[in-house]
Ligand binder design. Structure first.
Ligand SMILES: [Zn+2]
Length: 287
């Protein structure tokens, strides 16, 4: 196939980096090498039927998604000599919010990155909901300083999420609702365990894997004026957004397999159930 030919012509080894935007339903994949985009795909992970045997549906979905991601990444490895995989583990880096120490390379861009990290955290913490009214449906979010930036600073306990209109009202003193600055920053447990779990599982298979965060992807995408899409995010996750792009990309929709015979289907369910139970037991013993 053409991709392999291109590689045989080159008499040097080169890094081929695969970025994956591991969304829960939509996946973007992008492989880049030698200054060119070599593979670009958007995948819709199939909606699954409910397996009643399982204790929780959520748990089941998590396992299935993690498997779907691993399968997709393995597929790309079959056609390209991938030397590095990069995935996003979360939209923000909680460690950087707790200990905002800026050093080295990040110093110059520190403020912009730091703020986008905090913004992504506030979006998550306030659940993508304007805090002025529970009924507010606006999605044009802005981060509001409860006390002014000058007196209150940029700590998360002085910030909350408002829509553009309610933010303006708050700034003008017209908002009826009053916000009180949080007493201290409280550590919370997060969140997106699927992506962290996926990262650990992938690391066992592909040791040369690294992680990134959604806030970085977002800055890189905007800086390169790329419209938001899963394949563009995958490109930015890979860290080389200025490469020569492919003029087309794969759109993959997972189709439900034909009905297996009953025995096989039951075996599958039983197999997955046992795996999950085993995990639960391990977790309990670990506590
Ligand atoms: Zn609002």
């Amino acid at each position: 196939n053409t991709i392999q030919l291109l590689f045989e012509c080159e008499n040097k080894t080169q890094d081929v980096i695969l970025g994956e935007d591991a969304g829960s339903e939509n996946v973007g994949l992008c492989a880049v090498g030698n200054g060119k985009e070599l593979y670009s795909a958007e995948v819709k992970i199939r909606g699954q039927e409910i397996v009643k045997l399982l204790s929780t549906r959520r748990q089941m979905r998590r396992v299935r998604r993690s498997q779907a991601h691993k399968r997709l990444i393995a597929e790309v490895h079959k056609i390209l000599p991938i030397s590095k995989v990069i995935i996003e583990v979360a939209s923000f880096d909680i460690q950087k919010i707790k200990n905002p120490i800026i050093k080295g390379k990040e110093y110059r861009q520190g403020e912009m990155y730091g703020w986008e990290n905090i913004r992504q955290y506030i979006l998550f913490r306030d659940k993508y909901q304007c805090q002025a009214k529970k009924t507010c449906k606006n999605k044009n979010f802005e981060v509001n300083h409860i006390e002014t930036r000058m007196t209150g600073g940029n700590a998360p306990n002085n910030l909350n999420l408002l829509c553009k209109e309610h933010h303006q009202d708050y700034t003008d003193g017209k908002l009826k609702k009053k916000f009180v600055r949080g007493e201290s920053y409280k550590h919370q447990t997060f969140m997106n365990t699927m992506r962290w779990k996926l990262f650990k599982e992938l690391k066992a298979i592909y040791p040369n894997i690294s992680l990134t965060y959604g806030y970085i992807t977002s800055i890189v995408r905007k800086a390169n004026k790329l419209p938001k899409s899963h394949r563009n995010d995958a490109l930015c996750i890979g860290g080389n957004p200025k490469v020569e792009r492919l003029d087309n990309y794969l759109q993959i929709k997972q189709v439900r397999k034909k009905k297996r015979n009953l025995a096989e289907a039951t075996f599958q369910k039983e197999h997955i159930r046992r795996k999950l139970n085993a995990k639960q037991i391990v977790r309990k013993e670990g506590l």
